[in-house]
Design a protein. Structure first.
Length: 201
């Protein structure tokens, strides 16, 4: 029984650490593929009428955009062309953000399971005194920190917000069961401090 539970604890941490490493690799890959309209000031100006940060979620702003799209065929065509040309990379970035959220959520779940006695022979204290498991546990924490630091450095807050808003607009909130959690996790530091962005409902 002891070996089985020790093995199960190791396996859970190994899977978590492997996922974390894969997510970090994806961050490093995608940093070079941010579409110009989300990162280049000159390009941003050309698409400012269809690309928005979290300010889109302020009262009436989203409704105003929808009304303008309905009343302006040229703007609607521009928006549709942009969607067709960029939806794949937008989806990939959102998948990255979702993977980071899921990793952090699953790490918290692992800790909860340890505290609830799922791994019969282990508590947090025994994990920290077992050299092999401690190494994996520390690496799992390290991965979470690296993910968040890399994303903040390589995919700046305003860019993250615009990519997330584009995904929200083109795919719909119904396709994102934990959208508000992702919204809070990846909001720019400025918006977190000021509370200037709206909150999607």
């Amino acid at each position: 029984m002891k070996k089985k539970n020790v093995g199960l604890c190791n396996q859970e941490l190994l899977k978590l650490v492997a996922r974390g490493s894969a997510v970090i690799c994806e961050i490093l890959r995608l940093k070079d593929y941010i579409p110009e309209p989300y990162s280049n000031k000159n390009e941003e100006k050309l698409y400012k009428d269809i690309i928005f940060d979290f300010s889109l979620f302020k009262p009436k702003v989203l409704n105003n955009l929808e009304d303008r799209l309905k009343s302006d065929p040229e703007l609607l065509d521009k928006d549709e062309d942009f969607r067709i040309n960029n939806i794949e990379i937008i989806e990939r970035f959102f998948s990255l953000f979702d993977s980071i959220y899921q990793y952090i959520t699953d790490w918290k779940t692992f800790v909860e399971q340890v505290n609830l006695g799922k791994f019969v022979q282990h508590t947090i204290d025994t994990i920290l005194t077992d050299k092999e498991i401690r190494t994996l546990f520390c690496e799992s924490v390290f991965n979470a920190g690296v993910m968040l630091l890399l994303v903040d450095r390589l995919i700046p807050g305003p860019t993250r917000e615009k990519l997330i808003v584009s995904y929200y607009r083109y795919k719909g909130q119904a396709t994102i069961p934990h959208f508000q959690e992702i919204y809070k996790l990846f909001a720019s530091i400025e918006d977190r401090k000021s509370g200037s962005a709206g909150m999607p409902r």
